[in-house]
Design a protein around this ligand. Sequence first.
Ligand code: ATP
Ligand code: MG
Length: 759
Amino acid sequence: MAARPMPYLEGLNPAQRDAVEALEGPVLMLAGAGTGKTRALTARIAHLLACGLARPNEILAVTFTNKAAREMKERVGRLTGGTVEGMPWMGTFHSISVKILRRHAELVGLKSNFTILDTDDQIRLLKQVIAAANIDEKRWPARQLAGFIDHWKNRAWGPEQVPSSEASAFNNMGTELYAAYQARLLALNACDFGDLLLHVVTIFQKHPDVLEQYQRWLRYILVDEYQDTNVAQYLWLRLLAAGHKNICCVGDDDQSIYGWRGAEVGNILRFEKDFPGAKVIRLEQNYRSTEHILAAASGLISANAGRLGKTLWTEMTGGEKVRLIGHWDGEEEARWIGEEAEALQRGTRGLGPFSLDRQAILVRASHQMRAFEDRFLTIGLPYRVIGGPRFYERLEIRDAMAYFRLAVSPGDDLAFERIVNTPKRGLGDKAQQVIQRQAREDGVSLLEGARYVVASGQIGGKGGARLRLLVEQIDRWHRQVQAPDCDHIRLAETILDDSGYTEMWQNDKTPEAPGRLENLKELVGALNNFENLQGFLEHVSLIMDNESEDAEEKITIMTLHAAKGLEFPVVFLPGWEEGFLPSQRSMDESGVRGLEEERRLAYVGITRAEEICTISFVANRLYFGRWQSQLPSRFIDELPARHVEVLTPPGLYGGGFGAAAPRASAMEDRATRADVYNSPGWKRMQDRVGQRGLSQPREQRHQVIDLDAVSAFTEGDRVFHQKFGYGTVEGIEGDKLEVSFDKAGVKHVVASFVTTAES
Ligand code: ATP
Ligand code: MG
């Protein structure tokens, strides 16, 4: 070995050093979160280079994201004291497969300039295939077929290899249509995402000469997040490693969270069988999290049955316990997290200070991000959303907002332009030019221009008829907005329905469509916090203006899935409620297996935290525009109580939970949720929801309760309203109160804008 300084070995523990120095032969590093697997893997690459055992282009390193690959490259560069020029084989399974496939495309019937279809294209093509087979796409949607095909490709089954046990798929036509789809793809010189791997595996299997070439070139193979590889990826790796067997995989069975995408934890178990004599290295020291955080996570994951099991310890004793806090509703949760993040940023809690970029909020589903974005935009707390645009920047949200803007201000030309042909009304560029010219000539808004164009018959046919309808609709919505008793939430729904906008997404069979519909519902739900549409639009335009794009210190909002492998000193885990985490869907679809995967997801969440981990849940959630009572997640019960501290929220509705009752030490573990239930604040909250929901058995969770039940007011209550002052409640209708104000007279106001006043 070269007698060079090896800074990358410094500070590694003996087991990690082992993993770094065992360069020849198969190595499996199986270890828990934060034990330095990724760090050891990086050092291993540095070592290979420093010892001159491999050149940068002879190392195949598979990471979970391309971003992770870039970071690893940088780290290797730093460790070896230079820049790593060209590590072409460092990336995700997909990015590496594309490279290989471009070189040998002709072996699977493609040309090297093949296109890679995105999901939209994929669905469109599947629709054609389904139609060509005379199948009713309405009954047998393309999306469903896409699901089967993905599943088969994840298992490395081409159309001929799909086993007969799958024959009933898609009305017994699945395999046949799969074959037809593959043929269409070839004819188009295209492939989809799943093909990238499948084709490479096929090439390796059918052309040993090609495989041998790669086996010679790629002399060392390293794989991070190995627990999330699927069968096709596993085969791909096994073929490449079959010659030299210099393969090092690192993973953690407790962090396997892609079962729904075909990942197989079983690959970990197969490794030792397929690579006999593999060196198995276990790392047990966690360097990331403090004692309580680690213990809470370990306690939680121990509830899973099928585990390989492992011990984890840390030298970082003491520190904060995992903090648990319950809130009245989602808005309060967002408000509290915003304030807490700022307090931690300033260091005023005796903790920290932690700059915002050292803090993260990790959610189960992306629609949960909206409440935080809203709150943070309002208070000017800089944030970044990883893995998708921010809520108000999403396509469907901007479209819907354009409709709302037109209802409020029919002269809003930008809004008009945006939606005039969305959904399609047969008003293409030419028709729009006619409208624009007319508006310019008359010096009026586009709406008025359109009105004249319709009346004078300049645009005829279907397009003309639809334009006339749109003009009428905008007029009507505008009248409704101005009516004093306008129910702006219902109006918003009407606008989206009547315009055909909702329907447009309902008919859209791309995988993104359901998410867009969820976001639209979430948008309508958000209106609940405002007295009228104008107020809401103002709020959004103000917050959109206020964006501090260049502020570099930002709190991160991302999904738990995207957070894998990352770490933050401060982590917030909101929405720990039954149906959210664990998510209802995964339990419905996959039963206990689904539940265990959800638990691993929760485990991934906690183990991202270095110093402060705060779990929260709410009693009521405005879910798609309706209030529902929530039960705290069962995972909260599974946290060992002695590593958890129940916090007292400031409480918008008259005080928080108060201190938890002292507990006998014998009951120490598994009593956390009971702590919350027994606290005075929770009892108060329970009273407010009319004894419904919170103490019910789990089976009855997610009952939608109507707003009368949660209304904090009764007739005769004295209340205070920001704008109208003091008054007396005369009636309650849903979320609205009829209040006789002392000065302003009788008004209908939204209940959440009113606070109880001492009489
Ligand atoms: P995950 O399972 O979440 O991906 P991991 O096992 O890959 O975790 P790393 O991200 O490599 O863990 O390491 C976690 C943290 O511990 C990092 O901040 C890393 O720098 C640090 N760390 C790892 N090994 C050591 C060590 N020997 N001494 C000090 N710090 C270490
Ligand atoms: Mg890692």
